[in-house]
Design a protein around this ligand. Sequence first.
Ligand code: CUA
Length: 325
Amino acid sequence: MTLAPGPLRSLLLAGAGYLPERASSVAEGVDHVFHFIFWVSAVSLVLIVAVTLLFVFRYRASASRQAPEASPDHSTRLELTWSGIPLLLVMVMFGISTKVYLDMTGAPPGPAPAQVKVMARKWSWWFDHPNGKGAKDLHLVVGQPVELVLASADVVHSLYVPQFRLKQDAVPGRYTRMNFTPIMAGTFPILCAEYCGTNHSQMMADVVIHPDQASYDAWAAEGRSPTLSLAEQGRKLFDEKGCSACHSDDGSAGVGPTVKGLWGKTEKLVGGGTATVDENYVRESIVTPARKIVAGYEDMMPPMPLEEQEMLAVIAYLQSLKEKP
Ligand code: CUA
């Protein structure tokens, strides 16, 4: 039997494997807490509704029953029971969830884990890996503990991997951490779980869990010898640094101006004046985006620090998109 997605399906399948795969060391603990709370709630709901219905029918008004029946006004045993059982249940919830919380926030036992630095910005992720390689996707090795150190360039974002059962805010002006061990090779989606503006729902990346160190090393070595032309490197950066989240390269409308045919154009600016799109204008717009806003657009781009080589590559890419006369 297949059921349409929805609350009923979730209800019937609770505990029956409807949750995503468990790909991190903390996922199982989170699921246990979830299922404990779920079943306590479900059983309570059934009991409460059943007793309510029973009383509604049994004690309803009728011709033969006008005056209230005599009943005891106090029962210490009953009151202790209905206070004691819920107290016990919520203390168990507190205990098991605190244990899982400490597991996922504390440093794991053993040697210090590899550290990946995560930068969130509107609207992309950037991961600097231990070997120095930066990428728009997160790469890890199965079985190797890792610590993510998260920062944000603008507003609050939240890194969320459903298969990890983990979520951590990236907050401007401070660093937050997330500790876990991937336990399953594969590729899983990374989502942003904190509303952060227009393209919040598009702020996605992948986490790639390599089956072994050799596979990870092969990825890390990729692109080390630059075989791409400067413009091709720029195109890659444009995508990886998240520029393409707001600036299309095919002329379609976005949060920011398209870069198609942009090179050499004269742009009208907010507050009057114009600017010609050349190397200096592009550099200024990347380093201090608020200084010259193109008319019709909002001041919303965060400054994007690029290394000189990267800046050159992006400029070469924009030049390559110049409209052929
Ligand atoms: Cu970043 Cu929502």
